[in-house]
Design a protein around this ligand. Structure first.
Ligand SMILES: Nc1nc2c(ncn2[C@@H]2O[C@H](COP(=O)(O)OP(=O)(O)OP(=O)(O)O)[C@@H](O)[C@H]2O)c(=O)[nH]1
Ligand SMILES: [K+]
Ligand SMILES: [Mg+2]
Length: 364
């Protein structure tokens, strides 16, 4: 029996099995098995020739946004509209057959946007070359899920399921669990919150199924079985997602209004240039990037030339962004901005900077 059939069998068994106290351990194990087979499918089944034909292109700029969507929803049209690059668009499916990168310039940052071929249902199971296409989403800072506003509402959960199946978790954060495999000592289990979906026995069962007999598990959040398996597997990607409904020129105002009120959603019309500026703003916000300025002693900061760093960045990260060796000669930094109480304030490497802060590094 092939892996795809095994997966189907387990999925059927999960569907058939009634959810109750008596079956929950069995269900937990089935889910662990399912996760294992899915991994085999992604990692094990690529032949040599397939590997050479990935859709990966070189990372460039400050962040990467990857468009994922069914055919002919307008991905290429969008790339041509909001980046410096043209990607051919047409009224037939699978117009785009490669990965086409473009650049968005915004607030001094360069954001890479990738246009990809459309995917079809079952892509994660290797249908078409969909698996390679959606795998590119693993490298994204944001998945821009492109949807056709004139098509069925089903397209969104379908795409989400495809991404789930290759280990991508959309708009979720890494479960608050610490998990360490040890050489000996058995399994120690600790939960600091009340758990509703998981208990010690289930954790043991799942770990044994993965042939893990010695580990420390500390759970600090009321997680599900699936989330625990994610932690054990350790190869999940937690990626932000923005849902973009295109072609709103074709639907009623009421419908536009309804779609626009969903969380993490932007409605646009590439054809009529509706809301495209707002989409770029939303991408920028979602990326959570910051712009900080550096200055030399006795000189004014150069506000035209900021440094782009991730939110939560420290002075150390800023030093690295200025010059690779700066951290070694670092004595302290003077910071002006909202991250400090006094302006300027003398801070060390670990100080966390804020958007728009000005930083002067004092060397040894
Ligand atoms: N009405 C309308 N049509 C649009 C809009 N955006 C794109 N289209 C049309 O939709 C069709 C498909 O556009 P593409 O940009 O090729 O779509 P795609 O998602 O890149 O398609 P594939 O590469 O084949 O997966 C073209 O005929 C576009 O002109 C829009 O906002 N409104
Ligand atoms: K098309
Ligand atoms: Mg296209």
């Amino acid at each position: 029996m092939g892996v795809v059939e095994k997966i189907q069998d387990i999925e059927n068994e999960i569907k058939r099995t009634q959810k109750n106290k008596a079956t929950e351990y069995h269900l937990g194990l089935l889910k662990a098995k399912l996760a294992k087979y899915r991994i085999q499918l992604i990692e094990g089944s690529q032949t040599k020739s397939e590997k050479g034909q990935g859709f990966e292109v070189q990372q460039s700029g400050d962040a990467r946004v990857v468009m994922i969507g069914f055919p002919s929803v307008g991905k290429s049209t969008l790339l041509t509209k909001i980046t410096d690059q043209e990607s051919i668009a047409a009224g037939y499916e699978f117009t785009t057959l490669t990965c086409v990168p473009g650049k968005i310039q915004y607030n001094g940052a360069t954001i890479q946007l990738l246009d990809l071929p459309g995917i079809i249902g079952g892509a994660s199971q290797g249908k078409g070359r969909g698996k390679q296409v959606i795998s590119v989403a693993r490298t994204a800072d944001i998945v821009l899920m492109m949807l056709d506003a004139t098509k069925s509402a089903q397209q969104r959960p379908q795409l989400e399921a495809e991404l789930e199946a290759i280990g991508i978790r959309l708009n979720q954060s890494f479960p608050n669990v610490s998990f360490k495999i040890k050489k000996a000592g058995g399994i120690s289990f600790n939960a600091v919150v009340k758990l509703h979906y998981l208990d010690q026995k289930m954790v043991h069962n799942i770990l044994h199924d993965y042939k893990i007999f010695n580990a420390d598990v500390v759970i600090r959040e009321d997680i599900t079985v699936e989330q625990f398996i994610d932690v054990v597997l350790g190869n999940r990607r937690y990626v932000k997602c923005l849902y973009c409904y295109n072609k709103i020129d074709q639907i009623s105002m009421e419908e536009v209004d309804r779609l626009a009120h969903q969380p993490d959603t932007v409605v646009v019309s590439c054809e009529d240039d509706l809301n495209l500026d707002y989409l770029v703003q939303c991408i920028w916000k979602k990326l959570d990037l910051m712009r900080v300025y550096t200055k030399k002693r006795g000189e004014a900061p150069d506000f035209d030339d900021g440094l782009i760093v991730r939110s939560g960045a420290s002075v150390e990260t800023v030093c690295h962004a200025i010059h690779r060796s700066l951290a070694q000669t670092f004595r302290y930094a003077l910071v002006w901005g909202t991250s400090t109480k006094h302006n300027p304030q003398r801070v060390g490497m670990s100080h966390l900077v804020h958007d728009e802060d000005v930083i002067q590094v004092v060397k040894k």
